[in-house]
Design a protein around this ligand. Structure first.
Ligand code: 3HC
Ligand code: NAI
Length: 693
């Protein structure tokens, strides 16, 4: 069943019923239009209510249908909306929970809209690289006015129903029964004529051209090469400058253009990739999860504090354990400082701050944490320290507690083996700053129990993180790949580039930060420590020594006020430094390299294809379950541009044979031995396939 039809007295009710969110696919549209026709033909019916079953009014057009013949097959979404608008009997949209995209556009085609308080209303198409394509850009400004409509369409963000009084004819209390209230409303307006139609209204905005020009400039500056936001402005502009039908036609053309763009395909890929990441083939969706009602965190340093905040924000009490009282005091003070800064910025209320801090307690004794449902270890990155901690945890934690480690490089299986309960051990690799970054790499050890994995995935949602499962290897998915990217960044300096050029090329490509600015933010000493370990463990791998020389100059990054760049107090801007650049040039000379001009294209290819090639190895080894998981890691943890879909998707769009050819070319160049094309990449390229295909 995709839309149900019932008659209550003189009111016909059409209930969209296409779980989980009543996406308006072909079958749903067909059934709903049939419902409208049935109501039209029934003389006993005087008014019609359209609503949605389950957890949404409607999440909009069915995204899975895009770029398939079903998307445009009749009755199209336009036809559905036009049928409702053209009905000779009044049609009332009865909205609850979620009303988005095509769902909101449908309601704008209805003669009346009623809603429950708190329903989330949005035109989120821009987040999929699109614009509202079923009349939203023309009808919403006619209802809300130009400026509020433009804000909703360009941001895509949801707004609560009670904040949109102009949109609704009636708003019912959040706990009211929607359907009886909507039926009563429909009965009340059944005989009112003429039927009110949004299309008949005008958008009035004095001096609209000046406002639209200001919007174009602002949006262009913010969106960069991502086309959808500016297209949103142009189509909304048409609601003022064109007649309704012409505006609709213009919207249609721009929508059909955007839906074919790589950026939109990338964003739709990311949408589904995010949801797919939480599914593990051998862990069924109905695997019971362990209740997480309390947490303990070992180590109140940079990561421990941030991780604690995630739990506190989700309302889960946290007990923080440290070796020394001073470390505890410092950790707690830092947490409070973060919350106070949010308070100052108006992002948090004093009440919420107090509530969160009241959930935080601390201890120096393992005896106090035994009853926690999960414990996350975030102590120094040394196996010996981890061993001591996990042996203690094994001794004190109640049976069934989950023992998680935040290690970024160490072997989770070895850590699990320090306990007599390796099934309960898992890696939860948060990213810094842990209270901000969306990514949570969930490291599945070879013994990790399925319900522990299912619990960690469910927990990631509760903590508002994107959980991605990784197998055990050095660096897991994200850091293992970034190492190859960083190596290339170093080799580029040896060959002729300067940090500023590399960063600018990467940032123009869309990375939030280029490799050197990122190094300065994370602390260059961290990479230095890892490389020192590698020089001993894996002497066969070559690295540029430039970064070591930088550290030897004492330039660890922002924390020392100087790294690849200079920094000024109270200013995060990076200022190039002559001594660093001279060191780089001198290092090339010492290596006997004649520096050359390197193009931005080469810089981007070498950085991104280094990620892709390592990603292919990771996929082949089964460390990542699927290419889209790797993409999620990069989109949510490493500032990879969202509208490029992640490194693996980007490689697919660049064409794997082209990626392979470039890798072969770079293998002939400076430090060419770093480029060994992954067998999976070679295979897929030869077969004309893609990573995400
Ligand atoms: N089409 C198809 N499937 C959809 C969908 C849609 N519009 N919206 C959600 N889904 C699917 C998800 O893929 C997921 O599937 P899965 O269970 O197989 O993984 C399932 O519904 C549940 O989704 P969430 O996990 O996101 O559930 P939540 O309850 O957290 O959120 C939601 C629900 C707020 C509706 C959220 O899913 C969402 O934001 N969806 C996207 C809405 C959107 O972008 N709509 C615009 C569509 S484009 C459009 O309408 C074009 C028109 O202008 C012409
Ligand atoms: P940190 O040095 O800031 O904090 C570590 C804390 O652990 C210190 O406060 C220390 O007093 C405490 N500690 C040490 N031994 C202890 C013990 N035996 N018992 C109780 N407390 C103890 O280190 P950071 O950066 O927070 O890293 C912690 C872990 O998180 C490491 O495994 C690291 O690899 C990992 N990680 C770090 C990231 C980062 O960007 N800093 C990112 C992701 C993971």
């Amino acid at each position: 069943m995709t839309a149900e039809y019932q008659v209550h007295g003189a009111v016909a009710v059409i209930t969209l019923n296409n779980p989980p969110v009543n996406g308006m696919g072909l079958a749903t549209r067909t059934a709903a239009v049939q419902g409208l026709q049935r109501a039209a033909a029934d003389d006993a019916v005087k008014a019609i209510v359209i609503t949605g079953a389950g957890k949404a009014f409607s999440g909009g057009a069915d995204i899975k249908e895009f770029n398939t013949p079903q998307a445009l097959a009749e009755p199209s979404l336009h036809t559905f909306i036009a049928t409702a608008e053209g009905s000779s009997k009044p049609v009332v949209a009865a909205i609850h929970t979620v009303c988005m995209g095509g769902g909101l556009e449908l309601s704008l085609g209805c003669h009346y809209r009623v809603a429950l308080l708190g329903a989330q209303i949005a035109l989120p198409e821009v987040k999929l690289g699109l614009l509202p394509g079923a009349g939203g850009t023309q009808r919403l400004p006619r209802v809300l006015g130009l400026e509020p409509a433009l804000n909703m369409i360009v941001s895509g963000n949801p707004v609560s129903s009670e904040k949109l009084p102009a949109l609704f004819d009636e708003i019912f209390a959040a706990d009211a029964e929607l359907l009886p209230s909507a039926i009563a409303f429909a009965a009340k307006i059944a005989d009112v004529r003429p039927l009110p139609k949004v299309r008949d209204r005008q958008v009035n905005y004095p001096n609209h051209e000046a406002f639209l020009q200001f919007s174009r400039n602002t949006v262009k500056a913010m969106a960069g090469p991502f086309p959808a936001p500016l297209e949103c402005v142009e189509t909304v502009a048409a609601s003022v400058t064109m007649k309704f039908e012409d505006g609709m036609q213009f919207e249609r053309e721009r929508f059909l253009h955007l839906i074919q763009t790589t950026e939109s395909k990338a964003l739709r890929h990311a949408f589904f990739a995010e949801r797919l990441a939480s599914k593990v083939p051998d862990v069924p969706a109905d695997t019971p999860v362990r209740p997480i009602k309390s947490a303990a965190i070992i180590g109140a340093g940079t990561m421990g504090g941030g991780i604690a905040m995630n739990f506190l924000n989700a309302g889960i009490p946290v007990k923080l354990l440290e070796q020394r009282q001073e470390a505890l005091d410092k950790g707690i003070a830092t947490i409070r400082k973060h919350y106070e800064s949010s308070l100052k910025k108006g992002k948090l209320t004093q009440e919420k701050l107090d509530q969160r801090m009241s959930l935080l307690t601390s201890t120096l004794s393992y005896d106090d944490i035994g009853q926690a449902d999960i414990v996350v270890e975030a102590v120094f990155e040394e196996l010996g320290v981890k061993e001591a901690v996990f042996r203690q945890l094994d001794a004190v934690m109640k049976p069934g507690a989950i023992l998680a480690t935040n290690t970024s490089t160490l072997d989770v299986d070895k850590i699990a083996a320090f306990t007599a309960r390796p099934r309960d051990v898992i890696g939860t690799h948060f990213f810094s700053p842990a209270n901000v970054m969306k990514l949570l790499e969930i490291v599945r050890g070879k013994e990790t129990a399925k319900d522990v994995l299912a619990t960690a995935l469910a927990l990631s949602k509760k903590l508002k993180k994107t959980g991605v499962v990784s197998g055990v290897c050095d660096g897991f998915i994200g850091n293992r790949m970034i190492e190859q990217y960083s190596r290339q960044a170093g080799f580029l300096l040896e060959e002729g580039a300067l940090p500023e050029q590399v960063d600018q090329a990467a940032e123009k490509f869309g990375f939030a930060m280029g490799p050197f600015r990122m190094g300065d933010l994370a602390g260059n000493d961290i990479g230095w420590a890892i490389r020192k370990r590698r020089y001993v463990e894996k002497p066969e791998i070559s690295y540029s020594k430039t970064a070591d020389l930088l550290c030897e100059m004492g330039r660890y990054g922002q924390k020392t006020g100087a790294g690849w760049y200079d920094y000024k107090a109270g200013d995060r801007k990076a200022y190039p430094n002559d001594a660093v650049n001279a060191m780089i040039v001198q290092h090339s000379a010492d290596l006997g390299i004649a520096r050359r001009r390197i193009s931005d294209t080469e810089i981007v290819e070498r950085l991104v294809y280094a990620l892709v090639n390592e990603g292919a190895l990771i996929l082949e080894e089964g460390i990542a379950m699927r290419a889209s998981d790797i993409d999620m890691v990069y989109l949510t943890g490493y500032g990879f541009p969202l509208y490029r879909g992640g490194p693996m998707f980007y490689a697919d769009t660049a064409g794997l044979p082209n990626v392979l050819a470039a890798i072969h070319r770079y293998a002939q160049g400076h430090q060419g031995e770093a480029w060994k094309a992954a067998p999976l990449l070679q295979k897929l390229a030869a077969e004309g396939r893609t990573f995400n295909g």
